[in-house]
Design a protein around this ligand. Structure first.
Ligand code: AKG
Ligand code: FE2
Length: 193
């Protein structure tokens, strides 16, 4: 019997089911966010659905004897539209930067952490290593439609609120965003007007 195949198959089914269910959450949040910003309710949903990529990243952080010297995940901004993160409870490590201070984000049982990503506005975050406990996480990154243009929403601009960033085709965004990340730079900074 090919146990490897059986396992892979099961794993794929679970991941697909998880991703399609969290996609419903993604659409709820995209709709609510558009409503809050007084844009058309479908504004973000239309740009993150048809040919949008979704990516899963499974993180395993082994215990590390020197958390003071080794980071789990360097400070970064998530790419795309929205990330949904499932982390182990009781193992901290995730931190978000706000007003120059890193805040611990603790996971409660049965909760998902939602992170707005860079095409809307991502907070910088990082993961610290833990000296005693191992940690696993499942992140699903919901991206933007490859045929869309990432731009300041026209509905949010007027003569007093001018665009602060140039537009970029989603295709070009994805083509260059990881290269910038690897170099410790931010693509968005190259779009400042
Ligand atoms: O593992 C985590 O808790 C966060 C990982 C993360 O920020 C990412 O994969 O972008
Ligand atoms: Fe992240």
């Amino acid at each position: 019997m090919n146990m490897g195949f059986e396992r892979d198959h099961f794993y794929r089914d679970v991941l697909l089911q998880y991703a399609s269910r969290t996609k419903i959450i993604k659409d709820c949040i995209m709709g609510a966010l558009a409503n809050l910003l007084e844009l058309d309710e479908d504004y973000f949903i239309n740009r993150t659905t048809t040919r949008a990529r979704a990516l899963a990243r499974l993180g395993y952080y082994p215990p590390c004897p020197r958390p003071d010297l080794v980071s789990g995940f360097k400070p970064h901004y998530d790419g795309g539209a929205l990330s949904i993160l499932f982390v182990e409870e009781n193992v901290g490590g995730l931190q978000v930067l706000r007003n120059g201070k890193w805040y611990n984000i603790l996971a409660k049982p049965y909760t998902l952490l939602i992170n707005i990503a860079e095409c809307i506005e991502s907070p910088p975050h990082r993961v610290l290593t833990n000296a005693e406990k191992e940690r696993t996480s499942v992140a699903i990154f919901y991206g933007v439609d490859v045929e869309t243009v990432v731009e300041p929403a026209p509905g949010l601009l007027d003569e007093k609120r001018l665009a602060r960033f140039k537009k970029i085709k989603a295709e070009d965004y994805y083509g260059t965003v990881f290269g910038h990340f690897r170099q410790g730079k931010r693509l968005i900074n190259t779009l400042i007007i």
